[in-house]
Design a protein around this ligand. Sequence first.
Ligand SMILES: [Zn+2]
Length: 439
Amino acid sequence: MTDALLIDHVNLLSPGQALQRDAALRIDAGRIAWAGPSAQAAPAERRFDGRGALCLPGLVNTHNHSPLMIVRGMVEDLGFAPAYTPGIPQGHWLSDEETTLLARLGQMELLLAGCTTVVDYYRKPDALARAALHTGLRAFIGGRVMDANSAALAEGRFERDVALGERTLRDGMDLIERWDGAADGRIRTVHAPHAPDTCSRGLLQEVARLAAADGRPVHTHLAQSELEVAHVHMRECMSPVELLDQLGLLNPRLFAAHGIFMDEADIQRAGRSGMYLCHAPIGNATFGATAPVLALQEAGVRITLCTDTKSADMFETMRMAIVAARVRAQGRFVLDAATVFGWATTGGAEALGLPDLGRLEVGCRADLVLLDPMAPNLVPLVDGVGIAVHAGSAANVRHVFRDGEQLVADGRPTQFDAETVLREAQAVADRLWARARAQ
Ligand SMILES: [Zn+2]
């Protein structure tokens, strides 16, 4: 067991609580053992002076594909699903090693941006788990399960590729076998059927059976595009939400990304189910869409936030959630900083079955983020939550602790060399873009 750590002289901001000025936290065995005014803190074996930093819980990012950083900055102007566009690097070109190197970049960016927990989900999930081992993030990894022939789907036809379904399902189960609970429980696994239009009814049924048997969470894309809704209607004569409901997947163990194209019946159905939604306001807005998150929340859906690879900045995501909701509501001030701060912390933690995460309270896991006390954009500090959400930035993150272990010090990773991660990811990108351009 490590020695106790006292972090003092911080301004504590925990969701649903008033700002506590000049506070201290005692951390023992990875958990918050005591919290109170700095002046009343008993000394511990180790001490970290917070120097007046605003201290938040580690942020929880519920949907991400870290290797997709490969195409960042190059596809945002190309329309939906640029992965199928000629001249763009294809995911299936990536080797295990290359996927790991890219995932390390994506996960490092998350860590430096104050995310301590991420749901990471892509082909070659082993590579994502290996990256998490390296970066120190608390990670929930999903293997992408699907059985649609993507080329046929792009032409509007569902063609079942049975071999692909069997292989991805087997890979997903191997992942669970190999990685669930690794690194002292820091790395966990989820069932991850890709989407209702890229999985056949039979494959979704099989995932539902496995999830009911082992109780693991299920993560998927849901109602992400009009195309998905049209495909599922054509194939099943119902909406994607109805399909998941009929197969027993719409329940409190489901956390699904996007939820943009839902009608009133879908919204009510989702609300009754107790499912969680991973809201990706930046990605949605990039292609001109906003999700009906407030209607979903009112109906009973619990909301979490995600960056969905576009960036790692959950501050930007919180802000964009507010902007998107107010645009959707035609100018009414319908969403506030305290609510989105809850989505980015306790919302995600609860979706992942970790009620002791996302809060700075005694007994909780010591995942915390200290922002730069010298950042001019974080002054004036009055209630804390307003300035963090409306003016904060990933660039303000100075120190990050996960389970009481310091993973970022003065904006630099403590466990690995940042330059190496950057250089190796750039080299992979150079190779892939050269190949794409030679097509
Ligand atoms: Zn996604």
